[in-house]
Design a protein around this ligand. Structure first.
Ligand code: CDP
Length: 187
């Protein structure tokens, strides 16, 4: 089974997806971390990169880059690189390989639309823009720039799948959001 969780920056996708995966006993895929790793790798061919997950750690060619990929510079650069068709194609292959077997909660921008359109459950996670900026500790204008770039690109733009369940997390606790997702899965 695959649960796809997509939505804009700061909606709580990573926290919620990780906790939901834990509660369900599913594996967890942070597709954004892969775009961040590509950004960190500079001008190297994305198809040649070895991007791996070891628990909560992200490894790029064996090196632990978990902190290095979370800087504000990499956030912006990742969303720029994510508009490149070659980058998306390379990561699509890697993501599909990862989720090919077992049960997954996968989160990102295009999981329900492109990576796994056949996902059994699709959740579109949103929250009020001010609350998202506050949660992320990212200046509101930076967050807005990323969201606009992500939503307006030609290739796999950030958009809710037609069959996604929309979940507005404004004012909800993490536990409440996770409980809703778990209930939708067990439905
Ligand atoms: O955690 P946050 O929502 O701030 O960002 P992220 O999920 O780590 O993703 C970083 C950037 O990667 C996003 O701004 C998108 O441009 C890109 N991304 C994407 O294009 N497609 C995905 N499936 C996941 C991330």
């Amino acid at each position: 089974m695959l649960v796809a969780i997509d939505g804009p920056a700061g909606a709580g996708k990573s926290t919620v997806a990780r906790a939901a995966a834990h509660a369900l006993g599913f594996a967890y895929l942070d597709s954004g971390a892969m775009y961040r790793a590509v950004a960190l790798a500079g001008d190297r061919d994305p198809a040649s990169l070895r991007i791996a997950f070891d628990g909560e750690r992200v490894l790029l060619d064996g090196e632990d880059v978990s902190e290095a990929i979370r800087t504000p510079e990499i956030s912006q650069l990742a969303s720029r690189r994510a508009a490149e068709p070659g980058v998306r194609a390379a990561l699509l292959v890697k993501q599909r390989e990862l989720i090919a077997s077992g049960d997954w909660v996968a989160e990102g921008r295009d999981i329900g639309t492109v990576v796994a359109p056949g996902a059994e459950l699709k959740v579109w996670l949103t929250a009020d823009a001010d609350e998202r900026a506050r949660r992320r500790g990212e200046p509101p204008e930076d967050l807005r720039a990323r969201d606009e770039r992500d939503a307006s690109r030609d290739h796999s733009p950030m958009v809710a799948a037609d069959d996604a369940v929309e979940l507005d997390t404004t004012g909800l606790s993490i536990d409440e959001v996770v409980a809703r997702i778990v209930a939708l899965v067990r439905g």
